[in-house]
Design a protein. Sequence first.
Length: 93
Amino acid sequence: MFTPEDFKRNTTNIRSVLLNMGNFPLHHQLRVKRVADKLSSTRLSHHLQMGLSTLSDIEAGRRRIPLKHQKKIENYLYREYWCDGEYVGPIEQ
């Protein structure tokens, strides 16, 4: 199983690895999903309606997720399906 430290060392083959995301902090989950979804930081920051520097700081663990963005980030992580940088639809629960 990958740890957050493994992810920091190698993000190029992340799509070919199955991860148990429950073991990752939210900021690592956010980056892993963004990379796997082939989204740029700019595109995701627009989707989440937050500044690019805010997203960058959150993904790096330098900043906590602001309360006003918590729900949007949870929706992106757990309820939205993206493929090759395009929104496909909601994840069926």
